[in-house]
Design a binder for this molecule. Structure first.
Ligand SMILES: Cc1cc2nc3c(=O)[nH]c(=O)nc-3n(C[C@H](O)[C@H](O)[C@H](O)COP(=O)(O)OP(=O)(O)OC[C@H]3O[C@@H](n4cnc5c(N)ncnc54)[C@H](O)[C@@H]3O)c2cc1C
Length: 534
């Protein structure tokens, strides 16, 4: 395949947000280049199990979806963004149905399930527990049929190119090590989350926060980085990946039990196992702490369920568990929390516009404030669809830049001397452990400061070069520092951010979003995202 030097629009990422945006732009007649770091299916989208939340049965349903979203976000949801999400969600999902997405049905009717903190059943799913893969398949098939979309896999975006303050394209690194620049009228970051910044995560290896790190280096505003959602129930078996056990299992009635075999959620929240994720995750962490600091097991238990056959309802999960000799019908399954979803990201308005001209962001990489301090389960696939489509509409209206075509390299990554014997893998693993220990589920000032110091020290050891592992390491270090700085500044506890030294919510000072940009301290602001930021 030859190198592409120019497209109308470049989209970084082929998950739900990137593909939906590409389809929108191509339908408007633009030439779109979509790049993705690995194979096209390798994204958080492909691993999404439980489903997509959408209010398909009229006004009351939409209003309730809005209230559930706002209430899960613990006082910080940008209501305008949430309104857009729930009101436009049904149209976007109708579109998915027209494009051939096979959601599960019973007697011809779409099946709806429920997950934590939803007040009613409104979650569509596909193949039981493979919702993201099915949506991705349908979107990809639709995109492939559009001749003006070019899809490039195994192509890493390493930086944005900037000319006179405008984003004018991207710098790409191909699998064979070659780099090239592509110029474009505008760039959409749809590069997903950053779960790889933690040692324990449900996210695949591609989730290294590249889009946020690139936007940060280019000078864009980044918001709410202290809010990382830890999923309460990832499989906890020694030496086995932190495989997700979807919230839909609890939606179908699974209990959480401690090492004494007792249900415990009644001590933490009236919604029991369906309490907001941060509450359940902290409850599991507490129940898993023995009196002498030892770790005790906590289990997800479906043995009492007779209304459904869990192995039929959750075929993918059951298959994975069977490989480890576990059966949902017979065995309590050991679980503990893992980093799952980043509520923060590149600050955007409700049209995907960032604070940099001609840079857009949508999906998990972006922060509209729609999730506030804690995302409502199954709202993120919908977010990718709705805001991916909106970003495409806004981008299509961008006029060709007068500077289009003149592209000095942004050259933002600084190489450092390469001390012998330090490997990128080693530094990545160390960073992930530091973040888990110091900036994980429970945080305090001392721990966060120690974490920051250790990351700074490790940065001094960075190897030199331009390969993908190194680019990802730099990006992860940038993400880690953004999380820690924002977590230090928010001296309260809210949603997914829990400070043991400030265990209460402080609305007077902090019912605001944290915003950080290069060369500036963290500030706290209210979001009014109807306005264009630039
Ligand atoms: C295990 C798991 C289960 C989940 N279950 C659900 C669920 O049931 N319901 C729900 O709503 N949400 C769920 N989520 C969250 C949801 O899947 C994600 O938030 C959502 O899919 C993100 O979509 P996206 O398009 O923003 O990013 P992604 O789907 O993550 O796509 C990112 C894309 O960007 C590419 N990329 C990244 N960096 C670069 C770079 N530098 N250069 C080029 N390409 C790059 C990647 O290769 C990928 O193609 C789950 C997440 C996980 C991990």
């Amino acid at each position: 395949m030859g190198e592409i030097a120019e497209a109308d629009f470049v989209i970084v990422g082929a998950g739900i947000a990137g593909l939906r945006a590409a389809i929108g732009l191509a339908a408007a007649g633009a030439r779109v280049l979509v790049v993705t770091k690995e194979a096209l299916g390798e994204s958080n989208t492909s691993y999404a199990q439980g489903g997509i939340a959408v209010a398909m049965s009229g006004h009351e349903d939409v209003a309730l979806h809005l209230e559930d979203t706002v209430s899960a976000g613990d006082g910080l949801v940008n209501r305008e963004a949430a309104r857009v999400l729930v009101e436009e969600g049904p149209q976007r999902v109708e579109e998915l149905l027209r494009w051939g997405t096979n959601f599960d049905r019973e007697n011809g009717q779409l099946m709806l399930t429920r997950e934590g903190a939803h007040s009613r059943n409104r979650i569509l799913h596909a193949h039981g527990d493979a919702t993201g893969a099915e949506i991705g398949r349908a979107l990809l098939r639709h995109a492939r049929a559009m001749p003006n979309i070019t899809l490039r896999d195994w192509t890493t975006t390493i930086d944005l190119t900037i000319t006179d303050g405008f984003v004018t394209g991207v710098r790409l690194l191909a699998r064979n090590g070659h780099t090239n620049q592509v110029s474009a009228r505008a760039v959409l970051l749809a590069s997903g989350g950053a779960g790889q910044v933690y040692s324990d995560t449900t996210n695949p290896a591609v989730a290294t926060g590249d889009g946020i790190a690139m936007a940060w280096r280019a000078g864009a505003e980044i918001a709410d980085m202290e809010f990382y959602q830890f999923h309460p129930t990832a499989l906890s078996l020694p030496g086995v990946q932190r495989f997700l056990l979807s919230e839909a299992l609890r939606g179908e009635g699974a209990y959480l039990i401690n090492s004494r075999g007792e249900r415990f959620m009644d001590r933490y929240h009236p919604l029991l196992e369906l309490a907001p994720r941060d509450v359940v995750a902290r409850a599991i962490t507490r129940e898993g702490m023995g009196p002498n600091g030892e770790t005790l097991p906590v289990y997800l238990d479906m043995r009492h369920i007779t209304a459904i056959d869990p192995t039929t309802r959750f075929p993918g999960i059951s298959k994975f568990l069977a490989r480890h000799k576990l059966d949902l019908r017979r065995d309590p399954v050991p679980v503990r929390p893992a980093a799952h979803y980043l509520m923060g990201g590149v600050r955007t308005d409700i049209h995907g516009r960032t604070s940099l001209p001609r840079l857009y962001a949508a999906g998990e990489v972006a922060c509209t404030g729609v999730h506030g301090a804690n995302r409502l389960a199954s709202n993120s696939l919908l977010e990718g669809l709705v805001f991916g489509a909106r970003a495409a509409e806004a981008m299509a209206a961008e006029k060709p830049s007068p500077r289009f075509g003149t592209l000095p390299s942004f050259g933002s990554m600084q190489s450092k001397a390469h001390p012998p014997g330090i490997s990128t893998d080693h530094l990545r693993t160390e960073l992930q452990c530091v973040m888990w220990q110091h900036a994980g589920l429970l945080r305090d000032h001392e721990g966060l400061k120690n974490g920051r110091e250790r990351i700074r020290e490790a940065e001094g050891e960075n190897p030199q070069g331009n390969d993908r592992p190194l680019v990802e390491l730099w990006n992860l270090q940038a993400i880690a520092k953004l999380i820690i700085r924002s977590a230090l500044a928010r001296t309260e506890s809210r949603g997914a951010h829990f400070r043991s030294d400030f265990p209460h919510r402080d609305d007077a000072r902090f019912q605001k979003h944290s915003v950080i940009a290069k060369g500036k301290e963290v500030s706290f602001v209210e979001f009014s995202t109807s306005e264009i930021l630039v």
